[in-house]
Design a protein. Structure first.
Length: 115
């Protein structure tokens, strides 16, 4: 597999995670439901050939995507229904969004395009 095509598995895993989380936490009237799906939507829209142009961009974005996608099974299988589960869910979502945001800030402030 060409290393520049890594965005295809990221995009596929983002869709798979989005569907799994949507099925587990189906709450069509709440804004929290949209917030829960936001990390996977961001990964899906960031995963394109333009954003994975060279090895440095691939590594930075893939680490954030991997961290976000690894936390999806924790949301699906690791949260038991109890009064404090909402805090755990929000903590995991904030961690996912922080990983994506941190990678984009690293790219924005420290990446120098030599083209």
């Amino acid at each position: 597999m060409n290393y520049k095509k890594i965005y295809y598995p990221v995009k596929g895993l983002a869709v798979l995670s989005l569907v799994a989380v949507a099925i587990k936490y189906w709450m069509p009237t709440e804004i929290g439901f949209a917030f829960m799906l936001l990390p996977y939507l961001l990964l899906y829209f960031l995963a394109n050939a333009k954003n994975y142009q060279n090895k440095r961009l691939i590594i930075i974005r893939f680490i954030a995507a991997l961290f976000t996608i690894i936390l999806a099974p924790v949301l699906i299988f690791g949260i038991e229904p109890d009064p404090q589960a909402g805090m755990g869910i929000m903590f995991l979502l904030i961690m996912q969004l922080a990983a994506i945001s941190a990678s984009e800030f690293i790219i924005l402030f420290f990446y120098v395009d030599n083209d």
